[in-house]
Every structure is written in structure tokens, then in C-alpha cells.
Design a protein around this ligand. Structure first.
Ligand SMILES: C[S@@+](CC[C@H](N)C(=O)[O-])C[C@H]1O[C@@H](n2cnc3c(N)ncnc32)[C@H](O)[C@@H]1O
Length: 248
């Protein structure tokens, strides 16, 4: 698995803008938004890991399955593992398994690619979660993990950007404004994950090596931003870690 040539800058900017516009319309047209994100993300997997055709892919915490479906469209044997039946929607991909990412019902090294988009900030113990992703990935296989860090402008999820003024205040404001309780509660199903400590912890691990740590969405300077303390917490938006499972 080697890195294919990066996309030209103009094309990268176009892609990122397209994605940003789709995010702005996520509530009105979730299908368009998540289909596009899935194509964009699987492109990134292929950029760092080569074609997924014929490979076994495990999508952990994949929600309603947009990513699993996109992997399948490109010829992968992809499976969705999702713990929450409410996230699956009405037509989950066939073979979907209800399972927690901390304890996947898979043998060691079962997957060529383990994929987990925007789940890490929803688990209380990200490093144990990563250990399980590494366990099910074959030696030399790729692990794609992304998360929205707490100090990102989108860190508070539906109550962003008011989380900068405190989680409780932001949740209360959301309820006042929409008349609905917020989906996320800090410390229950959303956790304040930061980029600096996460990078240090991942680099100290002996089961994976870091192929790339970059902003998932920025079309340029995506790796540079992540190297600058403080700025990276505010400007990365979403950290993408591509890891390689060690041979040991
Ligand atoms: C923000 S959604 C992301 C869904 C999808 N991966 C995406 O990027 O659109 C967070 C997902 O993480 C899942 N999740 C939360 N805790 C989990 C765990 N312990 N193991 C696996 N998935 C988990 C949730 O059920 C939910 O589907």
C-alpha cells in the first residue's frame, strides 16, 4: 500500500468547498452531505493506502452506513459495526453488526482497512478504542480515524460555536432556541478530545505508526496546521489520523 499522487491544489480546493457547502445544508439534505463525505473520505483512504477493491474494510461506528456503501461501490468487502440501532436508519447495509467499538466480534487482524469517522470524540476512552481498532487490523494494514476536536469551531457539535462559552451554557442555549433537547451531553456521549495530547499518545503506541496526521478537510497546509501547538486546536476542524498496524 503506497501513497498515490496527491490531487492538484485547484481540485482539492474545489472538493473542500463542495464539502463545506454540503455541510451547511446537512440538516436539509443529509443524503447529499454524507454521500459526498463518504466519497471524499474513501478517496483519502485510497490516497494513503491504495485501491480498496478486494480488501476487507471494517467501518466502526459508521452510523447509517454511507461509508460502508461507498467502500462496497469501490469493490471492497466492507462491513458496518454500529452499537446504536437508532443511528442505523431504515435501510442499513446488509450484514450490519450491532457491536461496540471497544469489543468488536472479529478475530485479530481480520481487516485490511479499519475505518472510523467521527467516533473518537464520542467515546470516553479513546486510547482503548484505538487498541481495539489496531487489534482487528492485520499487520501492515491501515487504520483511518478522524474526530472533531473540542476546540474546533464545530467541537460542540449541534451547540457550536457556543461551546467556547462552556458546554452547559451552550446546551441550555440550544434548547431555548430550538425547543428540543440537544443530542449530545459533555461527559456522556461527547468528550473534550484535544489534538496535542492525542498525537502524543498515538505516537507513543507500539501497535501502530503514524502515516499522516492532518486536517481532514483543509485543501492545503493540512499537515502543517497540525504541527503548530495552540493554532492546531482552533484551526484543524477535524483531525485525520492514518495509522499503519505494526508487524509484531
Ligand atoms: C457523529 S456519529 C458518526 C457517524 C459516522 N461515522 C459519520 O462519520 O458520519 C458518531 C457515531 O459513533 C457511534 N459510537 C459511539 N460510541 C461508540 C462505540 N463505543 N463504538 C462504536 N461506535 C460508537 C455512534 O453510535 C454514532 O453512530
Amino acid at each position: 500500500m503506497s501513497r498515490s499522487s496527491p490531487r492538484p491544489l485547484g481540485a482539492s480546493i474545489h472538493k473542500s468547498l463542495e464539502l463545506f457547502r454540503a455541510f451547511l445544508r446537512e440538516q436539509d439534505d443529509p443524503h447529499a452531505c454524507y454521500s459526498l463525505l463518504a466519497r471524499y473520505s474513501v478517496d483519502q483512504v485510497e490516497e494513503y493506502g491504495g485501491s480498496v477493491a478486494g480488501r476487507t474494510v471494517v467501518d466502526v461506528g459508521g452510523g447509517s452506513g454511507y461509508f460502508t456503501e461507498e467502500f462496497r461501490r469501490r469493490g471492497a468487502c466492507a462491513y458496518l459495526f454500529e452499537p446504536d440501532g437508532r443511528e442505523l436508519g431504515t435501510k442499513p447495509p446488509y450484514g450490519t453488526v450491532i457491536a461496540d467499538g471497544y469489543l468488536l466480534p472479529l478475530r485479530d487482524g481480520a481487516a485490511d482497512v479499519t475505518f472510523s469517522s467521527n467516533v473518537l470524540e464520542h467515546v470516553a476512552d479513546p486510547q482503548t478504542f484505538l487498541s481495539e481498532l489496531a487489534r482487528v487490523t492485520r499487520p501492515g494494514g491501515l487504520i483511518y480515524v478522524s474526530f472533531t476536536n473540542w476546540l474546533s469551531p464545530w467541537g460542540g457539535h449541534e451547540w457550536s460555536p457556543w461551546h467556547y462559552l462552556g458546554a452547559e451554557r451552550a446546551r441550555a442555549r440550544y434548547r431555548r432556541r430550538t425547543g428540543r433537547p440537544a443530542k449530545h451531553t459533555l461527559g456522556e456521549n461527547l468528550f473534550a478530545v484535544h489534538i496535542g495530547p492525542t498525537l502524543r499518545q498515538v505516537r507513543a503506541r507500539d501497535d501502530v505508526t503514524v502515516v499522516v496526521a492532518r486536517s481532514r478537510y483543509w485543501p492545503f497546509l493540512a499537515e502543517t496546521i497540525v504541527r503548530v501547538p495552540v493554532l492546531r486546536e482552533l484551526a484543524t476542524w477535524n483531525l485525520l489520523l492514518v495509522l499503519r498496524r505494526c508487524h509484531r
